[in-house]
Design a protein around this ligand. Structure first.
Ligand SMILES: Nc1ncnc2c1ncn2[C@@H]1O[C@H](COP(=O)(O)OP(=O)(O)OP(=O)(O)O)[C@@H](O)[C@H]1O
Length: 277
């Protein structure tokens, strides 16, 4: 909508209704920043319960954290959530659900920002020169979101979207002591956030209570993978074929090697696998 069109529409509508404020009407046509808009907690609850599988802990903590935060008219600090857990277990997915419940346009909203510039910048540099060296100063002051954003580049991946990061060098500088391999390991693994030897603890982020909630994402089981396949079929408008559901789920790899309980990649490759059926 152009401002003039919106203006005319609002003028006409105001004349008709008489009692709606200019802002109320304007916001029906254009996206408004309405930080004070109350959160519809039951809608969020329903969304999480219906769409997010196998993550009862995350559902509970996220619901509590968000309702508490939005009910506080005068918060002393921003809300910081640290989501951690295996690949494909719903961390990005839940961020989207949260975003949509705060700003209806979700990731497309002007008020939701996906922090991916740093990733793009690293990708650009490594594409130009595989042996690029990146030096991160003052690691101790970095928000874990930044660590999270670069984490995939430090992992054992052959390629990410066609770019190999294996020849790049990442150097992390910290004020007090040199970062050790075990610190990095701690950042990359799960459930170590309350461990005083972890990198995040040493970075002062936990010590200074900058992270409000550490939200663990549990590995997904075979039955959760099946739920993801069904949800994806439904989203594509196809009928649920239990035969295909089982076949897709059985194509996934599970750990531990003998017991085969948890899916290695959560639900991550379900969508692409489903393309073959
Ligand atoms: N717990 C879940 N419940 C429902 N769907 C899920 C769940 N986990 C993953 N999915 C599905 O798999 C897709 C990929 O998951 P998502 O990107 O959220 O994983 P992630 O935890 O952010 O992984 P990574 O750490 O590798 O980025 C989601 O878009 C969603 O469709």
């Amino acid at each position: 909508f152009e401002p003039i069109t919106v203006g005319i529409a609002i003028g006409a509508a105001s004349a008709l209704t008489g009692y709606l404020s200019y802002k109320d009407l304007y916001c029906r046509f254009a996206e408004c920043c309405r930080s004070e808009r109350p959160l519809n907690a039951s809608a969020l609850k329903q969304d999480l319960e219906e769409k997010l599988f196998g993550q009862h802990l995350a559902t509970e903590v996220i619901l509590k954290a968000l309702t508490g935060f939005k009910n506080n008219k005068n918060p002393k600090k921003p809300l910081t959530l640290s989501l951690h857990g295996w690949a494909g277990t719903g961390k990005n997915f839940v961020s989207q659900i949260v975003a949509e419940n705060l700003h209806p346009k979700g990731l497309k909203s002007n008020f939701v920002h996906l922090f991916d510039q740093l990733q793009r910048w690293i990708r650009g540099n490594v594409s130009a020169c595989a042996g690029s060296v990146f030096i991160f100063d003052e690691m101790d002051k970095l928000h874990p979101g930044v660590i999270d954003a670069i984490k995939p580049f430090l992992d054992y991946y052959e390629q990410i979207d066609g770019v190999s990061y294996r020849k790049a060098i990442f150097i992390f500088l910290r004020k007090r002591e040199d970062i050790q391999l075990k610190d990095l390991e701690a950042v990359l693994s799960v459930g170590v956030f309350n461990n005083k030897h972890s990198g995040l603890w040493h970075s002062g982020l936990i010590d200074r209570n900058l992270i409000d909630y550490f939200i663990p994402f549990l590995p997904l089981e075979y039955r959760h993978v099946k739920m993801c396949v069904r949800a994806e079929m439904k989203a594509r408008g196809s009928a649920i074929d239990e035969d295909v559901v089982t076949r897709v789920a059985e194509e996934m790899t599970f750990f531990p090697k003998d017991e085969k309980i948890y899916s290695d990649k959560g639900c991550k490759t379900v969508q692409s696998r489903l393309d073959f059926y």
